[in-house]
Design a protein around this ligand. Sequence first.
Ligand code: ACO
Length: 427
Amino acid sequence: MSEKAVLNIDGKDYDAPVMHGTLGPDVVDVRKLYADADVFTFDPSFTSTASCESKITFIDGDKGILLHRGYPIDQLAEQSSFLEVAYLLLHGELPNAAEFTEFEHNITYHTMLHSQFDRFFTGFRSDAHPMAIMTGAVGALSAFYADSTNVDDPKQREISAHRLIAKMPTIAARAFQYSVGRPFVSPRNDLGYAENFLRMSFSVPAEEWKPNPVMTRAMDRIFILHADHEQNASTSTVRMAGSSGAHPFACIAAGIACLWGPSHGGANQEALEMLETIGSVDNIPEFVQGVKDRKYKLMGFGHRVYKNYDPRATVMQKTCHEVLDEIGHHDDPLLKIAMELEKIALSDPFFIERKLYPNIDFYSGITLRAMGFPTNMFTVLFALARTTGWISQWKEMFEDPGRKISRPRQLYTGAVNRDYVAIDKRG
Ligand code: ACO
């Protein structure tokens, strides 16, 4: 592509430089357009707008490619570990053995919560959605760490990143244990990240908790698959909140709130509930007809960026089979419905024409349910894992010397200037 684009407005040409990334489409730099031409660009849902420059994650939605720092997601999911991926996202390179040991130590030794913090959980109703608890609790963390409020100090940013990655499993497990009426379980520093989380979520004082390597590996892989996904709605929310210099814990709370929506992270809960509603393979044709009649959407299908198979869905499907085999549920009726639904959707012109393929949420719900999590915890696990991506993107934003507060503009279509009318004179 050429080095500049030319926009002609009212017969006058305005030049806009064209920028080239290492992968993906070029971008037209319109930053000076308003100053030069007195016009804004209009792209309300950011379908054609690059909101930032980033080196962290690359997605080619047409080809179904997802790379973190250049490494394909399937290789990371098969060969790496969640903490190693967290290091990669934060620092740009895979760690050597000494760097990994130090990182693992830093995360492990921040897993505990201040004992006063537990009162936040008990302040919620026991039937509260754990995502509501997560949003409140993570925002409240900022009240406990006055030693790291200077976001312009790289060391303080690093401490905040470590604390967040370390404390999210403890907070998520507490949100879960509280909702089912079980006592909180403290973290154990001799366990790995995923194993520690599973123990804090499922162990009870009356019994010895035994780790299951298949479940631990599945949990770790689910965390890897959800670790980052470029400039999606929640990540953009974190960046936007952070652009004002807000405390990182408050920014992550904003990201959690955004993730909760059914079009985003909430879809894994809705996908599983949809499979339960369908109830049997025999009901699929009627259900698919309802989707075509636009009565409802096929949850776990479609993606703003992927117009091909979501590469995470492939790994998720494999993990789903491993977990179901482990617990002896190969004949899980929901899995049968999911596989049949996928087969029908992938061969039906309605879905083919719209490039609707399964996304990661299609199989993650069945897997998490088989692991023992209730549906309302699914999005919490997503938030736990995505915290590494959010905080890496937040860190990258602060390392950009050109950082400015985010301030979109608008196309105003409201009333024009008019005079105030006193209440007794209004019709
Ligand atoms: N079921 C049925 N039809 C769908 C679906 C779906 N899941 N998704 C999109 N469509 C249809 C739309 O109705 C539209 O049809 P039309 O052109 O005839 O009007 C067409 O496909 C294009 O859809 P858009 O809404 O323009 O696609 P968009 O990129 O805005 O939406 C989204 C992406 C929100 C993810 C959508 O596909 C959806 O709601 N999917 C279900 C929810 C889901 O699984 N979300 C998880 C996303 S992945 C994640 O966050 C981890």
